[in-house]
Design a protein. Structure first.
Length: 338
C-alpha cells in the first residue's frame, strides 16, 4: 500500500510516471481508494484494544474549479480578507491543496497583493473597512506556508523580481519570535540571498533603492534573526560598486553596520566585517578611511581580534587593519602588530 504522504512526496519531486507500471500519469489529482481506506479504518477499530487508533477520514482536497472561484472572489475588497483566511487554511491542510493553489495561479495573485500594496503606499483602512496592509501581511503568511516549488518561485520572482524582493525585505518589522509573519520574512530574505549570488541581480536590486532602506532598518532590527538577514543581503549588495557607493552615500551607513559587530551574533559580526572588507578593498578613499577612524570602526576591528568571534572573521579584520595600517598608524587608537 502506498502511504498518502509518500505519494504526495513522489509527485512533489516532479515525477510523472507510475512507479510500478512506468506509465505516464497525466493528472496528479488521483481518485482516492475509499474502499481501501474504510477497510483500514475498520481494522483499526477492531484492534483498538491493542492501542491502535483509527485515523480520521481526511478532508477532500479542493479542486481547481473551487480554487478558481475563491481567487475570483478574493479580488473583491469586501471579500478579500475572508478569502485570504480560507486560502491560509487550505494551504496548511495538505500538500494536494498547495499544488492545486499553485496550478490555478494563487502564487501570482498573492504576489500581486503585496506588490499593489507597496506601490500604492496605502496603509489606512478604506471606508468599507478594507485594510490593504493587513491583506499584504496575510498574503506573506500564506506564501510562507507554501514551501514553494521551483515553478512557484519562478512565478513569484519572475517579472520585476528584484523590485518585488526588495519590497519583501524592506517590509521587515519587529515581529514576535516564531510568528508566521517573522518566518515568512525569513523565508523570502533567504530566497533573495540565493538570487543575489548572481552579479546582475545585485545591481538591479541596488537600483531599486534597497541599500538605504536596509540601513535604515538595521537600528530597528531588535530580533537577532532580522538583523542577520539584513546584513546577509547588504553583504551581497556591497560586492558590487553600486552597492558600496550607496552604503557610503548614506550618512550613517558605516556607523550602523559597524555598530552591529560583536553586539548581535557571530553570524552578524561575520557579515558586518565582510561588508567592511569590500569597502576597504575597493572603495577606500582617504575620506572613507578617515571616517572609519572617526566613527570607531578601526577600534572595533581591533577588538574583533581579541575576542572569540570565529577565526575567519578575525582573519578578515586583520586583513583590513594590515591593508590600511599606514593611514591609521598615527591615530589615537593603537593598532597592535597583528
Amino acid at each position: 500500500m502506498i502511504v498518502k504522504a509518500s505519494r504526495n512526496g513522489y509527485f512533489s519531486e516532479k515525477n510523472s510516471e507510475c512507479p510500478v507500471t512506468k506509465q505516464v500519469i497525466s493528472d496528479s489529482d488521483l481518485t482516492p481508494n475509499i474502499t481501501l481506506r474504510r477497510l483500514i479504518q475498520s481494522w483499526c477499530a477492531l484492534n483498538a484494544s491493542y492501542g491502535i487508533e483509527r485515523f480520521p477520514t481526511p478532508k477532500p482536497p479542493i479542486n481547481k474549479a473551487q480554487m478558481a472561484k475563491l481567487l475570483r472572489d478574493a479580488k473583491s475588497p469586501q471579500l478579500q480578507m475572508k478569502c485570504l483566511e480560507k486560502l491560509k487554511s487550505l494551504a496548511s491542510e495538505s500538500e494536494a491543496n498547495k499544488r492545486c493553489m499553485e496550478a490555478t495561479g494563487a502564487v501570482e495573485f498573492l504576489a500581486s497583493i503585496i506588490n499593489n500594496t507597496n506601490e500604492s503606499s496605502v496603509s489606512e483602512e478604506s471606508e468599507d473597512g478594507f485594510d490593504p496592509k493587513k491583506a499584504s501581511d496575510e498574503a506573506l503568511i500564506i506564501l510562507y506556508y507554501f514551501e514553494l516549488s521551483d515553478a512557484g518561485l519562478k512565478a513569484l520572482s519572475g517579472q520585476n523580481a528584484e523590485e518585488f524582493e526588495t519590497r519583501i525585505i524592506c517590509s521587515i518589522s519587529p515581529s514576535p519570535e516564531g510568528s508566521d509573519l517573522s518566518q515568512s520574512h525569513q523565508k523570502y530574505t533567504e530566497t533573495t540571498d540565493q538570487r543575489l549570488s548572481m552579479g546582475r541581480n545585485r545591481v538591479k536590486t541596488v537600483q531599486a533603492g534597497t541599500v538605504p532602506e536596509l540601513i535604515d532598518l538595521l537600528p530597528e532590527a531588535h530580533e537577532k534573526r532580522d538583523c542577520e538577514m539584513i546584513l546577509v543581503v547588504l553583504d551581497h549588495l556591497c560586492q558590487c560598486a553600486e552597492g558600496r557607493a550607496e552604503l557610503l552615500n548614506h550618512g550613517a551607513g558605516l556607523a550602523i553596520v559597524s555598530k552591529k559587530i560583536l553586539w548581535v551574533s557571530k553570524m552578524a559580526t561575520e557579515r558586518a566585517v565582510r561588508i567592511l572588507v569590500f569597502v576597504s578593498k575597493f572603495s577606500a578613499t582617504p575620506s572613507v578611511l578617515q571616517e572609519m577612524l572617526t566613527l570607531g570602526v578601526v577600534a572595533k576591528l581591533c577588538l574583533v581580534l581579541q575576542v572569540d568571534c570565529g577565526s575567519k572573521t578575525q582573519e578578515k579584520a586583520r586583513e583590513i587593519l594590515k591593508l590600511h595600517a599606514n593611514a591609521w598608524k598615527n591615530s589615537a587608537c593603537r593598532i597592535l602588530k597583528y
